[in-house]
Design a protein around this ligand. Structure first.
Ligand code: GLA
Length: 384
């Protein structure tokens, strides 16, 4: 995203805090601004909660949160992006309950998470704005929780370790939404490295940055079908995976081998997908574009046929991207809608995106949206 645009967005959220100001003394108080990126996952889908290996990258789409101290003990938040932008969510400083629109559960869960990280959660007014499309599979909720928790921690004078921040945000999202998400999105958001994807071992949380060559573009295309994790059969699939691993006597499917899960499609996806991640990284190191494309196609087929989280229109979008010249493409994120990720040569990316989205719109009558994303750095306090 353009630097000037980011500056304008920051000015807007700060302004919204000042506009609400009743006491003149507050205008002199320090404003903190934090940024937390969304992520796109290149390969390694539905394996994080199976202790697997994933390869996401933090993207240049982010949630920005500004906050200022209040005179009382309440924490309030507004989102400048929602229709009811002036509608404030409020919670007390132990985050026990919230008032206002339902997304207030993110604020109260984030307050509780920040307290568990050692924050004293002072009274705060927070304002947020995001460039991550909601329900797209680009981790808008992970970015919101990471940004809220980091804001509350920083306002309390503590600087959480990025891994602890990620795990706290994962717990907060599980509490706020009630879906047992894994740890990939939050780790990508807190540990992102510019120009690099992250090989994350979700079992021991070790992270290796993997450089993305300048010649390769990462193209994200929103199918025009939005999804929520609640309705995506996510919890059901997670439980099914855990059942298979328990039956095999393992702690997680990370320990299972392909020949042990031949008859179970969900587990078959997980075991094969974990293998695809290092194969993808090797192909990236060797600049083997053909192999990269084949791995992305296999990954998509496995999500479609074995894990059963794709949709016919998403399959069409994947096929069209490849037909129009992408190196490879696949569904990214939890599935049942959202985005497709494609790799393309930088000099061909715009042409491919235009041709594929045009044909997709004609065939499906949906409204796709495409954007090129760049790997960016993780959540941080913005220097004003
Ligand atoms: C969602 C979850 C992640 C991960 C992906 C699927 O984004 O939040 O933890 O499980 O789905 O890979």
């Amino acid at each position: 995203m353009d630097k000037r645009m980011t500056e304008l967005r920051i000015a807007r959220i700060i302004e919204s805090l000042r506009a609400d100001d009743e006491s003149t003394s507050r205008t002199q108080r320090e404003v903190l601004v934090v940024s937390a990126p969304g992520r796109v996952n290149l390969i390694g889908e539905h394996v994080d909660y199976n202790d697997g290996i994933v390869l996401p990258m933090a993207i240049d789409r982010e949630v920005l949160v500004a906050c200022v101290r209040r005179d009382d003990d309440k924490l309030t938040a507004v989102s400048l992006d929602l229709d009811n932008a002036s509608q404030r969510v409020t919670t007390d400083r132990d985050g026990a309950e919230h008032e206002g629109p339902s997304w207030g559960s993110f604020l109260s869960a984030s307050v509780r998470a920040a307290i568990r990280l050692g924050a004293d959660a002072p009274g705060l007014d927070l304002a947020l704005t995001s460039t991550i499309p909601i329900g797209a599979g680009l981790s808008s909720s992970a970015a919101v929780t990471v940004a809220l928790i980091l804001s509350i921690c920083n306002a309390s004078g503590i600087e959480p370790d990025p891994r602890e921040l990620a795990l706290a945000a994962q717990a907060a999202e599980i509490e706020a939404v009630g879906v047992p998400v894994g740890n990939m999105d939050q780790l990508a958001s807190t540990l992102g490295v510019e120009g690099h994807a992250l090989r994350i071992d979700c079992r021991d949380l070790s992270v290796t940055p993997i450089a993305i060559p300048d010649s390769l573009a990462v193209l994200v295309v929103h199918s025009g079908i939005s999804r929520t994790l609640e309705s995506s059969g996510y919890a059901e699939r997670r439980a099914a995976c855990e059942e298979v691993s328990a039956r095999l006597g393992y702690k997680s499917l990370r320990e299972a081998r392909a020949n042990e899960v031949e008859d179970d499609p969900y587990a078959r996806h997980v075991v094969s997908e974990i293998e695809r991640v290092d194969a993808f990284i090797n192909a990236l190191h060797r600049d083997d574009l053909k192999r990269l494309g084949a791995i992305l196609s296999d990954g998509h087929a496995s999500l479609r046929d074995d894990f059963d989280v794709s949709l016919p229109d998403i399959d069409t979008l994947v096929e069209l991207l490849v037909k129009h010249g992408a190196i490879g493409a696949r569904l990214t994120g939890a599935g049942f809608g959202g985005c497709v990720v494609a790799l393309a040569r930088v000099d061909e990316m715009n042409e491919i995106a235009d041709a594929a989205t045009k044909e997709y719109a004609q065939v499906t009558t949906r409204t796709p949206q495409s954007f090129i994303v760049h790997a960016s750095h993780g959540a941080h306090q913005v220097q004003l």
